[in-house]
Write a protein that binds this ligand. Structure first.
Ligand SMILES: [Cu+2]
Length: 415
């Protein structure tokens, strides 16, 4: 198919010149923001083509403008789209090949197509035309001249091809002008099992390492999702009962823009409910054939790498995953019976974990994974190579380096 004939997609050349915009953007905070100082904008105009009766997620790499340093701060954007359900921008993963084409759309869900996309979106917009400006002084640091992935969700319910289009501008500021560097929370539950024709629940809890401010937040599920609620449990309790984010329509999650403080030591607790259809559904990227349970939030101040930024933003050491009755001891026995290579592997913010492991964790009781995470963390730090597979070498490393964590797991009862 001569796709290039049909699909004219042009990533507009980035405007490299810096110029001054005085108060032309509408702030999302109620106080009037100070004028942005040095701002550059990059304009893009994209056109796709969606065949009759098709629903497509078109993706396209975009090249960001070069700033004055090795980073540019994304402080806002405005857009106008037609025949498009929503649009999204994702960070590319650090290992994205630098020579990917930036003028060719591709199907985001084709095998391997999403390999260089990070799991959480930076933006997700549904309105045909609008603008967004982060609260004054806040912005996302992106690589100067680097790559991002644009995604357009299109649905063609007609009997003729449609050509969805979008034009948008991204606003960038000099890092020196943007004191509140945003970090991106993308809490991701790796353990989801939805049996056919049954109700299922996925749970997860993530601890906040220091006082943080959220300026934008939403929950995310896929097509089997019925309802997701996110709660904030303050340190020392009692547990939150009013959700800080809720989703019932998985395709159109409400994005909350009010400011929310996350105190140090509090827990962000997620609960996603699903209804199974004709086959078993596990955690994974496909919107129709896999499920997700995510909480996404823009926060500041961004954690530094040495503060555990990546682990926190992806909730690598979360707990309260289980929804069953198995203790930590049972869970340990369960995963030891799983095929090799099923243990969770985190790479580029994505988690790969086998189906047997997912089932074992889901069958455990919520408190079992607190002790289990402690043991896993110790093994990862001290016995990673010895415990690449279970066996005597692993056991002897655990008994010399992680004995107390092991004993805690063996004796922990379900709360
Ligand atoms: Cu998803």
């Amino acid at each position: 198919m001569a796709r290039t004939d049909r699909i004219k997609a042009r990533a507009g050349a980035a405007l490299l010149a810096f110029y001054v915009i005085m108060l032309t953007l509408v702030g999302c905070s109620s106080s009037s923001p100070p004028p942005d100082k040095t701002v550059s904008s990059a304009s893009f105009a994209l056109t796709f083509r969606t065949e009759p009766g098709k629903e497509t997620h078109w993706c396209q790499y975009l090249r960001l403008p070069k700033g004055v340093s090795d980073e540019v701060m994304l402080t806002g954007y405005r857009w106008k789209m037609e025949s498009m359900h929503h649009w999204t921008i994702y960070r590319a993963t650090p290992d994205v090949p630098q020579d990917v084409p930036t003028d060719q759309p591709f199907d985001c869900f084709a095998p391997g197509a999403a390999d260089y996309m990070q799991a959480a979106a930076l933006t997700q917009e549904f309105m045909p035309e609008s603008q967004m400006s982060f609260a004054s002084g806040a912005g996302f640091a992106l690589e100067s001249g680097g790559l991002v992935v644009f995604q357009a969700h299109t649905v063609n319910a007609t009997d003729k091809p449609i050509e969805p289009t979008i034009s948008f501008e991204l606003d960038f500021a000099d890092p020196a002008e943007v004191p509140n560097r945003l970090g991106l929370i993308q809490f991701y539950d790796p353990y989801i099992v939805v049996p056919p024709h049954e109700e299922a629940t996925a749970r997860m809890r993530c601890e906040v390492p220091r006082d943080l401010t959220l300026i934008r937040r939403w929950g995310h599920m896929h097509a089997h999702g019925v309802e997701a609620n996110v709660f904030l449990d303050p340190p020392g309790g009692p547990a939150g009962t009013t959700p800080i984010a809720s989703v019932t329509n998985w395709e159109d999650p409400p994005i909350l823009l009010d400011t929310l403080e996350l105190p140090k030591g509090s827990q962000v607790r997620m609960e996603c409910k699903y209804l199974g259809r004709d086959k078993l559904i596990l955690q994974g990227p496909d919107k129709l054939d896999n499920e997700m349970c995510m909480f996404i939030g823009y926060y500041y101040p961004e954690l530094a790498p040495e503060e555990g930024k990546t682990d926190f933003e992806n909730c690598i050491w979360g707990d309260w995953y289980g929804t069953g009755t198995q203790t930590c001891k049972d869970l340990l026995a369960c995963i030891q019976s799983c095929p090799q290579g099923e243990a969770p592997v985190v790479a580029n913010t994505k988690v790969a974990v086998g189906p047997c492991w997912q089932q074992c964790v889901v069958d455990s009781c919520p408190s079992a994974t607190t002790a289990f995470s402690g043991l896993r963390s110790c093994i990862e730090s001290n016995c990673a190579s010895e415990c690449a597979s279970f066996g005597e070498v692993c056991s002897s490393c655990v008994s010399s380096s992680c004995l107390s964590e092991y004993a805690t797991c063996q004796t922990a009862a379900c709360e």
